[in-house]
Ligand binder design. Structure first.
Ligand SMILES: C[S@@+](CC[C@H](N)C(=O)[O-])C[C@H]1O[C@@H](n2cnc3c(N)ncnc32)[C@H](O)[C@@H]1O
Length: 353
């Protein structure tokens, strides 16, 4: 058996404070169950040289396995630890070479800053855990999963999907957020000198305007763009309960979203208003379920101070989803601020037998 130690990103510790090691452990265990055959043993926090590492033991890791681990949202560096338990000897850390999926510079995720933005580390965690819960998790590596964020704000999930090379779509009711995302993405593509086509149109049916659509096709390189191997990004400005007016049924592998917190952001936050996302989810989930292909997964983050896990799980189960209930899926609860204690729930749409 070999011992490995995962050094957490400093930003992870800042975002989650004391919850960081627990969240990293839960994400690692979900990945282990999905694609490593559940063979990681003794997953725990170990302090080495005064610094905490998430350590685990296994019979070595193949290149494909390190490629999967490399995308954990908490991962800064991975080491193989020699002499982890040798009495009287200092452990020796040997870096494991990592190749992350990241296709673009990190400013794609970090430039936009606005009240109500979902933290980008957490967005990556939610996307990862949802991807690991669909019936074809390895397709994350080949860039084949299609992602929908049906409450997409200014596109944090879309940007993380693009970072992974995945096609992404979003729906957002707020016109200002829709406009801001279009402006950001066009500017970022221009500054990054990436070949692309971008257009904003109004989608109509029977001459009635249903909503606006931003459609972008971008190439990771000039060559790929010329070959038509593009990443497709769509954002719709409409109510999410009308999402099926814009997308064909069963065309997404993953629905990944951060539900409204029922809290006003910015200055108004002090005069807290708490509102449950359940009525919205009750109306919207059947629509989202139709857009998801069988075997696909949905991951929803929400504020536990305004809705209970069993209420969300109940809504999903009523629609025929299999709610993920294994131990690691109960390890994601964490405090964001005084008004938000966030958790996530993940469920899979059963594939036909
Ligand atoms: C927690 S925020 C998501 C933030 C997003 N992840 C980001 O980082 O920008 C929830 C979003 O849902 C949107 N929303 C709420 N109700 C909606 C509805 N019925 N249809 C579409 N969007 C809605 C809100 O405007 C808000 O932008």
């Amino acid at each position: 058996m070999k011992t490995y130690g995962l050094l957490l990103l400093p930003s992870h510790n800042r975002v989650y404070a004391q919850s960081a090691p627990g969240l990293a452990r839960a994400e690692l265990l979900v990945l282990d169950a999905a694609v490593l055959g559940g063979r990681l043993a003794d997953v725990t926090t170990t302090v080495i040289g005064g610094v905490p590492y998430l350590t685990f033991r296994t019979e070595g890791l193949s290149a494909r396995e390190t490629d999967l681990l490399a995308n954990l949202s908490s991962l800064y560096a991975l080491f193989e630890i020699e002499d982890a338990d040798a009495p009287g000897r200092e452990p020796l850390l040997r870096p494991v070479g990592l190749s992350r999926l990241d296709r673009f510079a990190s400013d794609l995720l970090t430039i936009q800053k606005y009240p109500g933005k979902t933290n980008e580390d957490f967005t990556k965690l939610l996307l990862n855990v949802t991807a690991m819960s669909c019936d074809t998790p390895e397709r994350l590596l080949s860039g084949e999963l299609r992602v929908l964020d049906p409450l997409c704000g200014r596109g944090t999930t879309l940007n993380q999907a693009v970072m992974y090379g995945l096609d992404a779509a979003g729906v957002e009711r707020d016109a200002k957020s829709f406009d801001a995302y279009g402006t950001f993405l066009r500017q970022w593509l221009k500054n990054s000198r990436l070949k692309h086509r971008a257009e904003t149109t109004t989608v109509r049916r029977d001459r009635r305007a249903l909503g606006r659509r931003l459609h972008v096709e971008l190439g990771e390189s000039k060559e790929l763009y010329k070959q038509g191997r593009v990443i497709d990004v769509t954002m719709i400005n409409a109510d999410t309960t009308a999402a099926s007016d814009f997308f064909r049924p069963a065309t997404f592998d993953l629905v990944v979203t951060d539900a409204p917190y029922g809290v006003q952001h910015g200055a108004a936050a002090r005069a807290e208003r708490t509102r449950s996302p359940l009525p919205l989810l009750r109306d919207a989930l059947p629509v989202w379920a139709r857009l998801l292909r069988p075997g696909g997964a949905v991951g929803i983050a929400w504020n536990t101070l305004v809705a209970r896990r069993d209420e969300l799980a109940g809504l999903l189960a009523e629609l025929g989803f299999e709610v993920m209930d294994a131990e690691p899926y109960h390890g994601f609860l964490h405090r964001v601020d005084q008004a938000i204690v966030r958790d996530l729930v993940v469920a899979r749409l059963p594939a036909p037998r």
